[in-house]
Design a protein around this ligand. Structure first.
Ligand code: ADP
Ligand code: ASP
Ligand code: MG
Length: 439
């Protein structure tokens, strides 16, 4: 069995949904189809939540109506028969009635997560209606019946696997299953989600849960490119990369994949393929366990980073100092991305600022603390790059005009990370593109 996940742009227009239908009906391998919300919908739902949170009901109503109008045009282009259109009208009515009711009740975070779930619920139900209209046999699998996260918002892979396998066993002989990306239940049994871009994560978790033969991520570009195509001209797709390389790139800003979406597939060695819905014959990128090619593969960048420097005269020869520093981040469940040390100071970076004030207050007891906000991590990823001659020189030469705040090299064999002021992010990506890929 394989997984085919389609992102927002792949389902964002009626003719694209028809293309998705063609792609999922081509082969004969049983397939779980994971769909995102139509492009723009989750952003619109975030906007509705924000308007409600600030008690601006007029704005919330305006935003609900705009989104509603979009769906009223969409389904008429998607479906042809009266019967299918009547079903779609009922689906749209149900979900927009729900949103409109929220204008009358008091708002809270759990309701906000319910709002965010509407996009994937709508896209999958409309797509399923299209399959019904075309007499394509398929099973509708509500993700909320099997996708769950624990009290730390971590997916419960064991439970997901057990539940999903039991559900699938009820449908022997079926070939196509349709489910929602992104949405799940949390430990309070409320509707929750896997964070923005989370449909990729769903696909990989589902692939791991059933030990699928492949996890295909269908999107609007022909695979993982060697640099950010939104910022740099002349990027090219990478044919093959390892799980480790892809995980680093995803974590450090390559938007094509959700930051956590590689580990589940890697755990069960399920190959991940990045493919282009608009150009299905393109090779795309194959992500698997081992790769042969040595050297730099790609560059990515992540902004919104904060650097924290803790300086202590007592750090010299003080074993246990780093442990005390790390314990503070652990206490506030704040992951550290980069670390560099000197004899008297340690610098770390974080991107989750929810507990920054408490963290700083506690760090202050260990030494003097400096904070630099608005930084970006630029990450150079490849296979055995710490053993490949010339890489670090090419990186540094490319960035000679850019102040570099931190460097992390040799932590793994496939990564060099640098911290620069976020204002230099685009320039750093552009300069590295010419500097690193031409030597
Ligand atoms: P989807 O809606 O299908 O999940 P996303 O917008 O989340 O699609 O991801 C695809 C986009 O990721 C591409 O259109 C591209 O602009 C962006 N992107 C950023 N970095 C990379 C990269 N290194 N390779 C390919 N795409 C990238
Ligand atoms: N619809 C969600 C989002 O826009 C999840 C996804 O597309 O992967 O973030
Ligand atoms: Mg995405």
């Amino acid at each position: 069995m394989k997984i085919m996940k389609f992102g927002g742009t792949s389902v964002g227009r009626p003719e694209r949904m028809h293309q998705v239908k063609d792609l999922i009906t081509r082969g004969d391998e049983p397939t779980i189809v994971v769909l995102s919300a139509l492009s723009g919908t989750t952003n619109a739902l975030v906007g509705i939540g924000e308007a409600l949170a600030s008690a601006d009901k007029i704005l919330a109503k305006e935003r609900i109506d705009t989104l509603h109008a979009h769906y009223l045009v969409f389904y008429k282009e998607l479906l042809k028969t009266e019967e299918a259109r009547t079903k779609a009208e009922a689906i749209i009515k149900e979900h927009f009635e729900f949103l409109n009711i929220l204008l009358k009740i008091s708002f809270n975070e759990a309701i906000n997560r319910d709002i965010l779930a509407q996009g994937e619920l709508l896209s999958t139900k409309l797509f399923y209606t299209l399959l019904e209209e075309l007499n394509i046999p398929a099973v509708f699998l509500p993700a909320l019946d099997f996708m769950s996260i624990d009290e730390n918002s971590e997916p419960e892979l064991g439970k997901i696997s057990e539940k999903l396998k039991a559900i699938l066993a009820e449908f022997p002989g079926e070939r196509i299953f349709v489910t929602q990306g992104y949405i799940c239940k949390n430990h309070r049994n409320e509707v929750d989600n896997l964070k923005r871009g989370g449909s990729d994560y769903t696909a990989s978790l589902v692939a791991a849960a059933i030990q699928a033969s492949a996890c295909e991520i269908w999107t609007d570009i022909d695979g993982m490119h060697n640099n950010d195509p939104r910022i740099v001209e002349k990027t090219r797709p990478i044919a093959v990369m390892s799980f480790d390389e892809a995980a680093e790139l995803a974590y450090f800003g390559a938007k094509i994949l959700h930051p956590a979406s590689i580990w589940p597939a890697q755990l069960y060695n399920v190959p991940v393929k990045l493919l282009n819905t608009m150009q299905p014959e393109a090779h795309g990128t194959l992500i698997k366990a081992e790769v042969d090619a040595i050297g730099v593969k790609a560059i990515a960048a992540k902004d919104g980073i904060t650097a924290i420097k803790i300086k202590s005269s007592r750090m010299l020869l003080a074993y246990g100092f780093l442990r005390r520093v790390f314990e503070i981040f652990e206490k506030y469940k704040t992951p550290i991305d980069m670390i560099t040390t000197s004899e008297v100071a340690v610098s770390v970076t974080i991107d989750d600022l929810s507990h920054l004030d408490q963290i700083l207050a506690e760090l202050d007891m260990l030494g003097s603390v400096e904070v630099d906000k608005n930084q970006a991590i630029v990450c150079i990823v490849g296979n055995q790059i710490s053993e490949t001659k010339g890489v670090i020189k090419a990186v540094m030469d490319s960035l000679e005009d850019i102040p570099v705040r931190m460097v992390s090299y040799g932590g793994s064999r496939h990564n060099v990370s640098l911290l620069v002021d976020a204002n230099y992010k685009n320039e750093a990506l552009q300069k590295l593109n010419t500097g690193v890929f031409s030597w």
